[in-house]
Design a protein around this ligand. Sequence first.
Ligand code: PLP
Length: 432
Amino acid sequence: MNQKSSGTTNESLFARAQQTTPGGVNSPVRAFRSVGGTPRFITKAQGPYFWDAEDRRYIDYIGSWGPAIVGHAHPKVVRAVQEAAARGLSFGAPTEGEIEMAEEICKLVPSIEQVRLVSSGTEATMSALRLARGATKRDKIVKFEGCYHGHADSLLVKAGSGLLTFGNPTSSGVPEDFVKHTLVLDYNNTQQLEEAFKAAGNDIACVIVEPVAGNMNLVRATPEFLQTMRRLCTEYGAILIFDEVMSGFRVALGGAQSLYDIIPDLTALGKVIGGGLPVAAFGGRADIMKHLAPLGGVYQAGTLSGNPVTVAAGLTTLQIVQEADFYTKLSAQTRKLTDRLCEAAKAADVAFSADTVGGMFGLYFAPSVPTSYAEVMQGNKDKFNVFFHAMLDAGVYLAPSAFEAGFVSAQHDDAVIEATIAAARTAFAAIK
Ligand code: PLP
């Protein structure tokens, strides 16, 4: 059914999709609203590439927005999925595979003593928040401007007018009452964080943060910011939640927490741990996790949680990323990509900078790498859009928004990077 029928174009599919699906897409960023033009409808993917409905091949730098770290349709992952599917698609009763998955996560991310599997990053963060509130018996939560944690009501919030005024919903349909307990602070503003705790610390259930932010383009937290957060949470009895749905198994085998050497109380995971199928998880200190049903009073459940087919994809992916030098090579390739892009931009005299952490990268049409949401917003969106379309025309698929991070897979070899740079030289020239 997903084979292309002759004469099918991206445009005709987009027109057809809009008849039955709002905006023609099942997740808004896919609609190309930010960059303009027609979204590509994908028919197949292999290694570092995917192909659209017109049989055009693209070098893929979104990797399904993170999961495809071992490359698309990795034979080991595909085989594991096929074998699991042949044994039955879903049982609604526990399986040994779920135990193996939990054991693997606890082994690789030592701050996680116990873990619960869910099906999306949104579920993971939403459940972690409820757990933190249930465990502390407090209501207020702290998040940071520019961090995205999925689409749970109390997390779709932007900053209010003052430090201790609680946030405003960023989506219609979210009642103000639902976000009145969410305090939104500036990313990397350590002093503001200290002040917030001084003023309201005893009411704060948890702080949730992307330790390497990937939803306002790529922005690294400073070590001082995360260390202060850890210290304040401990001092005031608040729970520190690292949202590593994107950074987990992406920036390093042990996630951002291993790079910063900081132990959060709870961690949310997703994306890579499903290898392209819907698996996410939240976990952490056993004394907090014991508050979850069926042991404790915090309710959380899922018909397809720990699904045998998705878990097979996830477990196999986690085995592949543990192969020798996986992250060393991935990080080096990602860095090679951005170094070469910076050279090409310089040669074309375009103000441009880039950053990488492990297999994740940020491209900024700005002279220096941003450290906050406000700085990210100062980047030149129009230049990005010209660059994006020139790259797309040359067969390189970047995230269709100036405010998203990019992802490299283990299959992006030197030849793929070279082809990307050749396209970029033309694209930077088009900007001028
Ligand atoms: N948290 C982070 C850091 C994310 O990047 C995302 C998705 O991009 C989510 C949570 C939500 O995950 P999902 O889209 O699987 O619901």
